[in-house]
Design a protein around this ligand. Structure first.
Ligand SMILES: NC(=O)C1=CN([C@@H]2O[C@H](COP(=O)(O)OP(=O)(O)OC[C@H]3O[C@@H](n4cnc5c(N)ncnc54)[C@H](O)[C@@H]3O)[C@@H](O)[C@H]2O)[C@@H](O)CC1
Ligand SMILES: [K+]
Length: 221
C-alpha cells in the first residue's frame, strides 16, 4: 500500500530525513536518480537520444544526476536547463560541478523532434505558482510532439496537492515518484497526465508522531 501525501507533507518528510535523521541531501538525490534509471532501464523506451529538461530546484538536481547516470551508460543524452542556472539551488550547482568532470556538456537549446525520450525534471513538489509563460509555451509544444516523457516525482505543471494544472502541464507516459504518492497524481488532471505511476523508496523517514492529513492508502500498481 502507498500513502498519499500533500506537497507540504512531502516537504516536511524531506526536511526531517535530511535535518533530523542526517541523511545527506545529495544521497537522496542520487537515490532518486537511480530509481528513475531503474524504471527507464526496465521499460521499452527508445534511448537513441534522451533529452533531460531540468529546473533550478531539487527536482532539477535529480534531473542533472539522471543525465549523468545515463551518460555514464553510454547513452546519447542532452541536458537542457529551464531558467537561468546562476539562480539555481546549491544542490543543482553541486550536480553541475560533478557533470563537468564527467565531460557532459549542457545544451543551450534542444530540438524536441530529435529526442526519443524526454525526462521531465523541471518542477516537482516545490511548484507553488502558475508556470512562467515561456515555459507554458514550451510545454504545450512538447505535448504537441507526443514524445514519451518520464516525469520525475510529478509532471511539471501539476500541483502536487490538488492535481490542478498550473498554466500548463507536461503529459507523462510514466511518473516515477519518490517515497509516497502525491495526492495530485491521483486527482483532477494529475491522474490523467501522470501516465503509469511508479512509487520508489529513496530512504525518506517519517517522524514517529507524524499524522498524514489523508488516511487512505492506495494499492501499489
Ligand atoms: N528536499 C530534498 O532534498 C529532495 C527533493 N527531491 C526532489 O526535489 C523536488 C522538490 O524540490 P524543491 O523543493 O527544490 O522544488 P522544485 O524543484 O519543485 O521547484 C524549485 C523551486 O522553484 C520555485 N517555484 C515554484 N513554483 C514556481 C513557478 N510557478 N515559477 C517559477 N518558480 C517557481 C520554488 O522556489 C521552488 O522551490 C521533489 O519533487 C523531488 O523531485 C528528491 O531529490 C529527494 C530529496
Ligand atoms: K517533474
Amino acid at each position: 500500500m502507498t500513502q498519499l501525501v500533500t506537497a507540504a507533507e512531502m516537504q516536511q518528510i524531506d526536511k526531517y530525513t535530511i535535518d533530523t535523521i542526517g541523511m545527506p541531501q545529495d544521497v537522496l538525490i542520487e537515490r532518486a536518480a537511480m530509481a528513475v534509471l531503474d524504471v527507464i532501464g526496465a521499460s521499452r523506451f527508445d534511448l537513441t537520444h534522451v533529452l533531460v529538461l531540468a529546473g533550478l530546484g531539487n527536482n532539477g538536481a535529480d534531473g542533472v544526476a539522471i543525465a549523468r547516470l545515463l551518460y555514464a551508460q553510454g547513452i546519447n543524452v542532452s541536458l537542457q536547463f529551464v531558467g537561468n542556472v546562476n539562480r539555481a539551488k546549491d544542490s543543482v550547482k553541486r550536480q553541475l560541478a560533478i557533470i563537468e568532470k564527467h565531460g557532459l556538456i549542457r545544451s543551450e537549446k534542444s530540438d524536441f523532434n530529435e529526442a526519443t525520450l524526454i525526462v521531465d525534471a523541471i518542477f516537482g513538489v516545490g511548484l507553488n505558482n502558475v508556470l512562467p509563460e515561456g515555459l507554458q509555451k514550451m510545454i504545450k509544444a512538447a505535448n504537441h510532439i507526443e514524445k514519451p516523457v518520464v516525469a520525475v516525482d510529478i509532471p511539471t505543471g501539476i500541483d502536487a496537492t490538488t492535481g490542478e494544472i498550473r498554466g500548463a502541464a507536461l503529459k507523462a507516459h510514466t511518473t516515477v515518484s519518490f517515497g509516497f504518492t502525491k495526492v495530485g497524481l491521483t486527482q483532477q488532471k494529475g491522474s490523467s497526465l501522470s501516465g503509469n505511476i511508479i512509487i520508489k523508496d529513496v530512504g525518506m523517514l517519517i517522524p514517529d508522531d507524524f499524522e498524514f492529513s489523508i488516511q487512505k492508502k492506495l494499492p501499489v500498481a
